[in-house]
Design a protein around this ligand. Structure first.
Ligand code: PHB
Length: 388
């Protein structure tokens, strides 16, 4: 096979890149080791920055999001029995949209296929080669048969555990890492929402979050041990714990739990995000703890930068944008890392926290929910820093 851009991974990054390239008249082929059904069902955070919703609409893949997504003007924070609101729209004129990541994936897959795009699902043994020569290749097996894609550029959109980042030549990449001493226990449930917008809760017993997916589908998280055993958490215990931690906003409307999970929390950045003609985008290059809801947003920012750089390369033989890809992305990535870390350390209870640490945390939450300057800073990061 032969294409201009070979893309590894059919998550939001790989699919959006393929879509943006198609709109620019550039061919790509996606390979994905999971099935289409798996990609379309994989539940992840679902909060989109203001510019991402606009990007989906402007590029013709936002119609269902506009109908079914939930536009939120701001968020709530609760601590010490108080509930406070931060109104992004009033502060900076921007909103965020709740729309499940897997819904974005479904919309993009449908659109790529309708536009004649090529996506190979269920492939095995994917590997990337010769990206430091002018003739990069992706090899994989499909239904037992060895396949090869010749391309000009490879995009590694294959997630944190993918094959592209480990394929960088020895010594050419540095990883910056932070592992947090807690995780999130999350549930998806069929129940009425307890509020009209998300609630981030700081409590003596640990962090909790109320979020939603649809008018009658709610998502809740509680801070737990990174290796928490789900067997220790029957549904009633989860609801009781949520009700305690969400403090002033009880009682919580309860309902059947559809799904339960434990997610570890980690910050990671790979530098640089490119080697030769191999470019990493999204989780393959960086992951964030979910507290700031930045994961998919950073992935979308990477591929928008990459699509423009590839277009300049293909159409005008300019390679300066490609050369600067990593540098351009990392400015935003590190600000997303900073914000995600900051939200995480402010809102979680650390086992070794001193009384001083706790008083300082409470003062920070108090400040960030009453000072207009502090709320504005949170709002512009949460709703998305400007892309240009
Ligand atoms: C979610 O809805 O899954 C969600 C929302 C906001 C976050 C994290 C997760 O900060």
């Amino acid at each position: 096979m032969r294409t201009q851009v070979g893309i590894v991974g059919a998550g939001p990054a790989g699919l959006m890149l393929s879509h943006l390239l198609h709109l620019a008249g550039i061919d790509s082929i996606i390979v994905e080791n999971r099935s289409r059904a798996y990609c379309e069902a994989r539940v992840r955070a679902g909060l989109m920055e203001d510019w991402v919703t606009k990007l989906l609409v402007e590029t013709g893949v936002g119609a269902r999001m506009q109908r079914e997504g939930l536009a939120h003007d701001g968020i709530y924070m609760t601590f010490g029995g108080e509930l406070r609101h931060i109104d992004f729209h009033k502060l900076i004129g921007k909103r965020v949209t709740i729309y499940g990541q897997q819904e974005v994936v479904k919309d993009l897959i449908a659109r790529r296929l309708a536009d004649g795009g090529e996506i190979h699902f269920d492939v095995a043994d994917t590997s990337v080669h010769d990206f430091n020569t002018g003739k990069p290749k992706i090899r994989f097996r499909h239904q037992g048969k060895a396949q090869e894609i010749d391309c000009d550029i490879i995009a590694g959109c294959d997630g944190f555990h993918g094959v592209c980042r480990p394929s960088f030549p020895a010594g050419s990449l540095r990883g910056y890492d932070r592992i947090y001493p807690f995780g999130w226990l999350g549930i998806l449930a069929k129940a009425k929402p307890v509020a009209d917008e998300l609630i981030y809760a700081y409590h003596d017993r640990g962090f909790a979050l109320f979020s939603m997916r649809a008018p009658e589908v709610v998502r809740y998280y509680i801070q737990c041990a990174p290796d928490e055993n789900l067997d220790d958490w029957p549904d009633e215990k989860i609801w009781d714990e949520l009700e305690t931690r969400l403090g002033g906003v009880k009682p919580l409307p309860r309902g059947p739990v559809l799904e339960k999970l434990v997610a570890p929390m980690r910050s990671y950045v790979a530098e640089p995000m490119q080697t030769g003609r191999l470019y990493l985008a999204g989780d393959s290059a960086h992951i964030v703890p979910p507290t700031g809801a930045k994961g998919m947003n950073l992935a979308m920012a990477d591929v928008r930068v990459l699509a423009r750089a590839i277009e300049a390369f293909v159409k005008s033989k300019r390679d300066d944008l490609l050369e600067n890809y990593s540098k351009t992305c990392l400015g935003r990535v590190w600000k997303g890392q900073r914000f995600s870390w900051w939200m995480t350390q402010m809102l979680h209870r650390y086992a070794d926290a001193s009384d001083f640490d706790i008083k300082r945390q409470i003062a920070e939450i108090d400040y960030v929910t009453c000072s207009e300057a502090a709320m504005t800073s949170l709002a512009e990061n949460y709703a998305g820093l400007p892309m240009e």
